[in-house]
Design a binder for this molecule. Structure first.
Ligand code: HEC
Ligand code: HEC
Length: 507
């Protein structure tokens, strides 16, 4: 690698901002043997990383000690959860796996599905607690299951603009189809339509002449069930993300995340990072957003309640409408029988059930690192820091105090995210603002566990819409604030690229 390709800006500043910890030791301070090993693996003799023993447990003491070579590698509970916690986790798991049915039904505790929905249970999308994937073909050959389109329209009135500015709404629903396209419906109702994807080849040339062909997706909707959509509709494709370590991400103190934001890029490293501001239905005020691909939800509980409502048409105390995402333009949908009980005041999903599924989602444990200390992985780790990947994919955080969850509190964790929004350029843009996030901003994805995607989910589709078919393709899609890091990767030698990917896969 040549110096010109490496982002050497202010590394020390970055570490001050992001607490890099003992991530990187420059040659001279590193022991000779490690340096020699890194060179042998095709690494750069001028940059060598060492392993901090704590990194072996990315989820701190909550890391699961279980084996990782297993389809259930993401399905274990946090270490230290306790016997009572284990019992609650198992009950929560049952709700996560439960298949809901439409109303009216004899199974009173499981009804209320729809009328419009994307899936009948959480697990259908977050299969094995892992990530979803795009369908391999358009409907009717294959129906999208673990992926859907979010929908919204730009504001047209002062009132709508004020709602958005005050963060009381993150988006304005498409007047007929609502906030997302539900491609399923219960009997007697029409599904809203089917997502279509058309990929076109997009070859990119790396520094050494290697050509990698990316696939550029184009999204559309077919078989509209309720007439035309507004012409200015904006669509954002989302695949279900992996579910591990969410309680730990929630336990990072808000102040620490905000402290790392640099909206005006004052440190001049080309990377800004903005905090997402969202309306908390639990607190009744604006707070930091952390979950979802644009950090549109403040807590695991609200995100879960949102999923019950938007993805399955089920009401909770946080989202009380039993008709889910039905709009006033879909009148039969609004007036359909629902599962609220007894006199429609109790939601279809009680607080008890919501709390159990939230507890489950908070406690899906992060697996241990694999092969973290090999020369190749250490060389890749050095590149990860030197190229600036770690500026957004912040390696280390400390969790604060989680009331009632001592096993998640006070942990040193390695999620590889700053939970901030970054402009990722035109290539990844969905053109659909959500809350403070613009049409080209996304929340830095956590990278822990990513190397187990194939083991758990049986595929290697990455990014918010699963367009990348490998870690390498995911990196090459980075643009905007991450353009320099992406170019740095593209200019590495083949062995250095392989080492960087090996490092990411070891997380
Ligand atoms: C139809 C597919 C689907 C279903 C069903 C579904 N999810 Fe999700 N889930 C998603 C998608 C897509 C996202 C990303 C959302 C976004 O970017 O706004 C997500 C995000 C999440 C997140 C945030 C993860 C993160 O890293 O930010 C949590 C927590 C979650 N879902 C929990 C649940 C729970 C609990 C249920 C069941 C009540 C559920 N989901 C049902 C597709 C689904
Ligand atoms: C400017 C901030 C930034 C920088 C720098 C950056 N990333 Fe990312 N990264 C992101 C964001 C934001 C996403 C999510 C994008 C999306 O889903 O469309 C992401 C996604 C990823 C993913 C896919 C994760 C998943 O679960 O789908 C990988 C892998 C990745 N980055 C690796 C890297 C590597 C390696 C580097 C350095 C060469 C790097 N990133 C540099 C912000 C950044």
């Amino acid at each position: 690698m040549t110096g010109s390709n490496v982002r050497r800006t202010n590394r020390r500043d970055r570490c001050r901002r992001f607490t890099c910890g003992g991530m990187l030791a420059l040659a001279g301070t590193a022991s000779l043997s490690v340096a020699a090993l890194a060179v042998a693996a095709g690494g750069d003799s001028s940059r060598v990383a060492v392993l901090d023993a704590r990194e072996l447990k990315p989820g701190g003491e909550a890391t699961t000690p279980g084996s990782t070579d297993h389809r259930d590698a993401f399905s274990r509970f946090s270490n230290g959860i306790g016997l009572d916690g284990e019992a609650r986790f198992k009950l929560g798991n049952a709700i996560f796996r439960k298949l809901w049915v439409s109303s009216p039904s004899s199974t009173k505790s499981s009804d209320g599905l729809g009328p419009l929905y994307n899936a009948r249970g959480c697990q259908n999308c977050h299969l094995k607690d892992g990530r979803g994937r795009p369908p391999q073909a358009d409907w009717p050959e294959e129906t999208a299951v673990s992926m859907f389109l979010r929908l919204s329209v730009p504001p047209t009135s002062e009132e709508e603009r004020r709602l958005l500015a005050e963060h009381r709404a993150a988006t304005l629903p498409e007047p007929t189809y609502g906030g997302q396209l539900q491609n399923f419906s219960v009997q007697g109702h029409a599904a809203e339509g089917q997502m279509t994807i058309a990929y076109t080849d997009h070859p990119v040339k790396l520094g050494d002449g290697t050509v990698v062909t990316l696939r550029r997706p184009g999204y559309g909707v077919s078989n509209l069930g309720y007439g035309p959509m507004r012409a200015d509709v904006m669509m954002s494709p989302r695949v279900a993300p992996q579910m591990i370590g969410l309680g730990l991400l929630e336990a990072i103190p808000e102040a620490a995340i905000r402290a790392a934001a640099d909206p005006d890029d004052r440190d001049g490293d080309g990377i800004s990072g903005r905090a997402s501001e969202v309306w908390s239905r639990e607190l009744g005020r604006v707070t930091l957003g952390r979950f979802g691909f644009k950090a549109g939800n403040p807590s695991v509980r609200q995100q879960s309640a949102d999923a019950f409502n938007g993805d399955m048409g089920l009401s909770t105390s946080l989202f009380p409408r039993p008709s889910g995402d039905c709009t006033s333009a879909q009148s039969t949908c609004l007036s359909a029988p629902n599962g609220n009980s007894p006199s429609e005041t109790d939601p279809e999903v009680s607080d008890q059930l919501l709390d159990l599924v939230t507890f489950y989602a908070r406690n899906l444990a992060v697996p241990q690192r694999r092969g973290a200390n090999t020369p190749e992985v250490l060389a890749g780790k050095a590149s990860f820091a030197a190229l600036g990947c770690a500026t957004c994919h912040t390696p280390m955080h400390m969790t604060g105090d989680m009331p009632g969850q001592p096993h998640l509190s006070g942990q040193t964790i390695w999620p590889y995210t700053d939970l901030l929004l970054h402009d990722m350029g035109e290539g990844l843009a969905d053109g659909r603002p959500e809350g403070v996030a613009s049409g080209s901003e996304w929340r830095t994805s956590p990278l822990w566990g990513i190397g187990l995607t194939e083991t758990v989910s049986g595929h290697t589709y990455f990014l918010h819409d699963g367009r990348a078919r490998s870690i390498e393709e995911a990196i090459l899609w980075h643009g905007g604030e991450a353009q320099a890091a992406r170019d740095g990767y593209a200019n590495l030698s083949k062995a250095e690229r392989a080492a960087l990917v090996a490092f990411v896969n070891s997380l």
